[in-house]
Design a protein around this ligand. Structure first.
Ligand code: AMP
Ligand code: FE
Ligand code: FE
Ligand code: ZN
Length: 273
């Protein structure tokens, strides 16, 4: 069987439903040989995933997914081979995580003003120490029967332009790239298809972006081809992954995006230089 890897996935340390250990177990069950755990604004699961990977022979690349803002758009920058123990990096992540808590408080206030009665304590409990995101609020809304599904929660309240929408702490993609570089990592622009703004690719290439996520669950064959060409034209490496969030809100999609191990080898070559 051909070996393939998956460089984009989430655990309970952000908005995924599998613990870091279960992420590794799932990778093993679907035939992925090397993963990167890329929780939103958190590296808290990397050590657990690495230890679990060592036991069963799955390679774990330390990763993270940082949120940046371009205008009103949320642009995600993946970081690979970052040092999860580095103090500056940890301080940065702490700042983002604190900002997420403040933002969640504002969202809860907005919901309360609209007569949707949920409490911040419920949201904190749902996140269980993970980086708080709108999916946790959506889960509480479902539990409280304010909506039927997380999707409806986003559509009615939490999504961009909806009444309880609250922007996140803003950082430019250039800053996110800098943070990743400062901790020894490589930066890749996540799921470009979601931004409908392809000129972001040359723009970010100029400020030090290393790679482009050409393979992703939302990229069909045509998009993979298009973004592979964009990567080549802009001197970027290629990355790819499923963006699996576990099976809590839909299916676990790990294993559905078959990323070749060559992508990772090219990344390691660049780091050696
Ligand atoms: P946040 O980090 O708080 O901005 O939340 C972003 C996360 O919300 C994404 O990573 C998705 O997992 C989730 N999300 C975004 N839009 C939707 C939607 N329409 N339905 C369900 N989940 C969504
Ligand atoms: Fe997510
Ligand atoms: Fe993302
Ligand atoms: Zn993701």
């Amino acid at each position: 069987m051909e070996k393939f890897i998956d460089l984009h996935m989430h655990s309970t340390r952000s908005d995924g439903s599998f613990s870091p250990k279960d992420v590794v177990a799932h990778a093993l069950s679907v035939g992925v040989s090397i993963i990167s755990l890329t929780d939103h604004d958190s590296v808290a699961g990397v050590a657990e995933a690495t230890a679990a990977g060592d036991e069963v022979g799955i390679g774990v690349v330390p990763g993270v997914e940082l949120s940046a803002q371009v205008g009103k758009k949320d642009v995600h920058i993946l970081g690979y081979f970052i040092d999860p123990e580095q103090d500056d990096f940890k301080a940065y992540l702490k700042k983002f995580q604190d900002a997420r808590v403040e933002r969640a408080e504002k969202i809860v206030e907005k919901l309360n003003k609209m007569g949707v009665r949920i409490q911040m304590a419920q949201v904190m409990a749902k996140a269980g120490g993970a980086a708080i995101g709108r999916p946790h609020i959506a889960d509480v809304l479902v539990e409280e029967e304010a909506v039927f599904s997380a999707n409806e929660a986003f559509y009615k309240y939490l999504g961009y332009g909806k009444p309880a929408y609250q922007p996140k702490y803003t950082m430019s993609p250039a800053e996110a790239i800098e943070v990743i570089h400062a901790s020894g990592g490589l930066a890749s622009l996540a799921h470009p298809i979601l931004y409908s703004q392809d000129d972001l690719i040359p723009q970010l290439a100029k400020v030090g972006l290393d790679a482009l996520e050409v393979m992703h669950i939302k990229h069909d064959a045509k998009s993979v081809k298009k973004y592979s060409q964009a990567a080549e034209q802009n001197g970027l490496l290629k990355t790819g992954g499923s963006d699996c969030h576990g099976d809590g809100r839909g299916d676990a999609v790990m294993g559905q995006v078959k990323v070749p191990v060559e992508f990772l080898e090219a990344m390691k070559d660049k780091l050696k230089k």
